[in-house]
Design a protein around this ligand. Structure first.
Ligand code: HEM
Length: 328
């Protein structure tokens, strides 16, 4: 590689990883002083009227940050181009409530302070507020992100793993974004203590599991039977879905870890957390101590929230969160 190009790549990767230094907690103090109040006024009632909003938003935010950084690239409407992040198959199941809460907040904020607040800051703040609203920990969210100029379906595969991914692959994908195994375990426990999972994602555990067992023997038998009944027609009714956490589906808590220890977990990738020697002890630790889990989850989310953020001229403040600004 020619030296100037190497230098340029090194320089740009430094500026990418350090761009969150340009963010601050009071970024909108002068330009949009009611930012926090407006966010609360939009997000709180949305979750009350649509209780699926918290999980929906947390997943959308995670999918945004892991692919080209927390830059609102996931928000671009697939209708404007069929190769945006949302057109990638893994993102088809993202729930509309998340996009709706962002649009509502943007509409309210544009009335109060036009062209000031980015969609990526709205998504980051809505996610934090919703986690808190459903019982999770509070953490500070730095502000000042700019929205992306691109959203490419081809970038999605490099940032996200699937329900049937191996632990090696999961650890590698998180490590590539700077997350330790401990942070990954904390993030998964938080992400999968609320919300839904479609039957197709875990059908391999409850139908034709192996030559000797119809269901995964590590599942609690009654729970496995309930899942089999729920998902009996999942091929003809692909919308069928189960709760991620059957014990307290709408509450943010450390139940995923406890469920893993009792055979009440659903996703194959989550199940690896208790079988893999690199993560098993962490599951037991977080199952025992919810405060420790909350502290670690909150820190890990602070880190997620500044992953690959864009500031200055590397992004824009979108007028409409679902579309790039049109250039004059
Ligand atoms: C190994 C990494 C991960 C994998 C393989 C994974 C996979 C999945 C799958 C397959 C679903 C079900 C989607 C559906 O059927 O509609 C799901 C849902 C969800 N995931 Fe993850 N996930 C991972 C990490 C995370 C992380 C780190 C978070 C957040 C911190 C997260 C948050 C969520 C949420 C909140 C839902 C429920 C969404 C809803 O109900 O609308 N996931 N995930």
């Amino acid at each position: 590689m020619a030296l100037p190009l190497l230098f340029l790549l090194m320089f740009s990767s430094i500026s990418v990883s350090q761009s969150h230094r340009h963010l601050s907690l009071d970024h909108y103090a002068k330009t949009c002083p009611d930012f926090d109040r407006i966010m609360q006024e939009v997000v709180t009632p949305k979750q009350i009227s649509n209780p699926t909003t918290a999980a929906a938003t947390l997943r959308v935010f995670f999918h945004d940050c892991m692919v080209d950084g927390c830059d609102g690239s996931i928000l671009i409407d697939p209708g404007t181009s069929n190769n945006t992040e949302r057109s990638q198959e893994i993102n088809h199941s993202l729930s509309g409530d998340a996009f709706d809460v962002v649009v509502r907040a943007k509409t309210a904020l544009e009335l109060a302070c036009p062209n000031v607040v980015s969609c990526s800051d709205i998504l980051a703040t809505a996610t934090r507020n919703l986690i808190k609203q459903v019982g999770g920990p509070y953490y500070p969210v730095l502000l000042g992100r700019k929205d992306s100029f691109v959203s490419m379906s081809s970038h999605v595969e490099h940032g996200l793993t699937r329900a049937n991914s191996s632990m090696d692959k999961i650890i590698a994908i998180f490590a590539q974004k700077g997350f330790t195994v401990r942070e990954m375990v904390a993030l998964l426990g938080g992400g999968h203590t609320i919300g839904f999972v479609h039957c197709s994602e875990f059908a391999s555990r409850i139908f034709n599991f192996s030559a000797t067992s119809e269901v995964d023997p590590s599942l609690n038998p009654n729970f496995a039977n309930r899942l089999r009944t729920l998902c009996a027609n999942y091929k003809t009714s692909p919308d069928m879905a189960a709760f991620m956490d059957p014990i307290s589906p709408g509450k943010f808590d450390n139940n995923l870890y406890q469920n893993l220890m009792r055979g009440l977990d659903v996703l194959p990738s989550d199940h690896l957390l208790i079988t893999d020697p690199r993560t098993r002890a962490l599951v037991a630790e977080y199952a025992r101590d919810q405060n420790l889990f909350f502290t670690d989850f909150a820190r890990a989310m602070e880190k997620v929230s500044v992953t690959g953020v864009k500031t200055g001229r590397r992004g824009e403040i979108r007028t409409n969160c679902n579309a790039f600004n049109t250039k004059a």
